[in-house]
Design a protein around this ligand. Sequence first.
Ligand SMILES: [Zn+2]
Length: 310
Amino acid sequence: MKHVIALDVGGTGMKAALLAQDGSVLFEARRPTGREHGTDAVVAAILDFAADLADEGRTRHGCAPLAAGVAVPGTIDEKNGIAVFSANLGWRDLPLRKLLGERLGGLPVALGHDVRSGGLAEGRIGAGRGVDRFLFIALGTGIAGAIGIGGRIEAGAHGYGGEIGHVVVRPGGPLCGCGAHGCLETLASASAVSRAWATATGDPDADAAACAVAVENGDGRAAEIWQNAVDALADGIVLAQSLLDPSTVIVGGGLAEAGDTLFTPLRKAVSERLTFQMPPEVVPAMLRDTAASLGAGLLAWDLLSMEVTA
Ligand SMILES: [Zn+2]
């Protein structure tokens, strides 16, 4: 069966798949990045993993993969296939597309950004399936996003499109890692809620998941912290709604694991803020931690269809 290699390189682990054209997963595997051994070792681990996946495809399906898609964190130059910078993995201006193409015997390779790849998969084969315009928001350590238009992700002119985590929703608010004050991610990321709940309880290990449980158990302090995060997130979503008018907002990441504890008050807070805008559907992401890998595979298939039509 025709297939492509799909590979998501995270801070600590890599997730890979062999993907058929309809997005179905033919094979899955995971490996550590080995970043404790340095950047060169990480790059070697990526190339080895890709080569092993190509062998796996040949053995299982009797033919070589047609292309490879790789999603990486940090700043990406998608057009030139360069992984520009990753604080986590330590590289600068790494020509990853070229290196992978060479290692895989000249196979076409697509290089994508992890969050945008995840958004692409959620929009095309996950929670936004069949939706033409969507916004994907990942609530994790920080907050990242991806703008889906016409089945593709809009990366912007400089590769920073969709950075909803750095929309200022509380001017003069907490200092953000980006240098601004009151960015959405300082208020509504899983880390922000964890910090607030740890301070409130005096327990440094108290996290956002524990805060959600406390909300469900009727704890007043937890409810206040939770509502502050929900309000900030609703402000960010309404700003995006005014600007982009998506039909669906897909919310994933650690905080979204709280399910209805998040989505019920979030939908209410969004609808209370809308004036003329049409309300988006606010839905949980479906693909969890496989989204970026699946999206990388979709990028590889897109590359092949572009070559056919070119
Ligand atoms: Zn910021």
